[in-house]
Design a binder for this molecule. Sequence first.
Ligand code: SF4
Ligand code: SF4
Length: 164
Amino acid sequence: MQDLINNLPKLAKDKHKENKTFFTKLKKKPPKQLDYIMQDLHEEEFKRTDCLTCANCCKTTGPLFTDKDVDRIAKHFRLKPSQFIEQYLRVDEENDYVLQSVPCTFLGADNYCSIYDVRPKACREFPHTDRKKFQQISYLTLKNVAICPAAFNIVEDMKRRIKL
Ligand code: SF4
Ligand code: SF4
């Protein structure tokens, strides 16, 4: 897995133009059953890929924390939201709360998330490949294929399965 993760930025770069063309066409004319196809591809990929052998998203990018995430996680630590923010978060260029540093503070050496049950919504949903109206997040996916081996494989499968 680590070899694939190390190679992923290059693989993604090599596929960038092809992926961009594909996503542009997908956005213009998404197949009627796209939500169903994405669900299927996502489930198949995550039967093969075990996130516990990877954790590259937790190691290299942090999630956004919504106000609800902050309240829930602060409560978990018995902190006030303001204390949690001060200890762990910062405001980024887009005015969102993000982690002060990566790898994520809550990631263990065994790749387990120590706040798994209360983790941010963005972590629960990453890499967003089973999202409804997937064609609307193609810009995000173009970036995610360089981070997430599962997203990379799903996009490759999409190009094989969806003829545009
Ligand atoms: S979501 Fe993707 S990047 Fe994150 S751990 Fe799973 S396979 Fe790795
Ligand atoms: S909160 Fe948990 S799932 Fe989210 S980035 Fe940190 S370790 Fe990963």
